[in-house]
Design a protein around this ligand. Sequence first.
Ligand SMILES: Cc1cc2nc3c(=O)[nH]c(=O)nc-3n(C[C@H](O)[C@H](O)[C@H](O)COP(=O)(O)O)c2cc1C
Length: 206
Amino acid sequence: MKVLLVNGGPHKNGATDCALRAVSEALADEGVESEIFWLGNEPVAACIGCYACKKTGKCFKDDVVNKVAARLDEFDGFVFGSPVHYAATSGALSSFMDRLFMSAGEKMYMKPAAAVVSCRRGGASAAFDEINKYFTISSMPVVSSQYWNQIHGSNAQEAMQDLEGIQTMKTLGKNMAFLLKCIEAGKASGISLPEREPLVRTNFIR
Ligand SMILES: Cc1cc2nc3c(=O)[nH]c(=O)nc-3n(C[C@H](O)[C@H](O)[C@H](O)COP(=O)(O)O)c2cc1C
């Protein structure tokens, strides 16, 4: 069992990373492997709505999105982390998730996921809600903790002092491990993934 933790912030060793490390440590304590993947500092292109991915199976722009998409089968669970930027996720994570979920969301079907946010002071729950919406449109069980998954601090040094935030992340890791083990046990006892019906797509004019 392996979990991918994506750091969508501009600082490789910043506050978001501090939160993800706490999740990763708790996963390790429960015997679950994990990998923290930093998106980096190069701007991540936004989705241009070309739907090329629907024809080719790949995003039009061959960058970090396709790199992660190609590896999705390696992972059983996901954590997407972001600093709060103007009471929202970072632009990089937002663009990354738009393109990853549009081009390869199917590969995460029924895999547990969680959102993690870091901020100095405000906007955490707005950013948290934003990330969770990708999971709830993709049939991904959302893993929760004892509080909304947020840590407070302008940088890693400050975030480490947010003891409640750290504990929230540790609990999240434990809860993720528990759910992954339940899913594995379920599969081993013959429970298969729900059968999927062809999508019925309507809009509000017909
Ligand atoms: C462009 C920008 C916007 C920000 N907006 C907010 C905000 O709305 N609320 C807040 O509390 N902190 C805000 N911050 C501070 C970061 O959320 C905070 O420093 C975060 O913990 C940094 O995480 P990182 O080290 O992983 O980048 C902002 C920082 C930047 C660079």
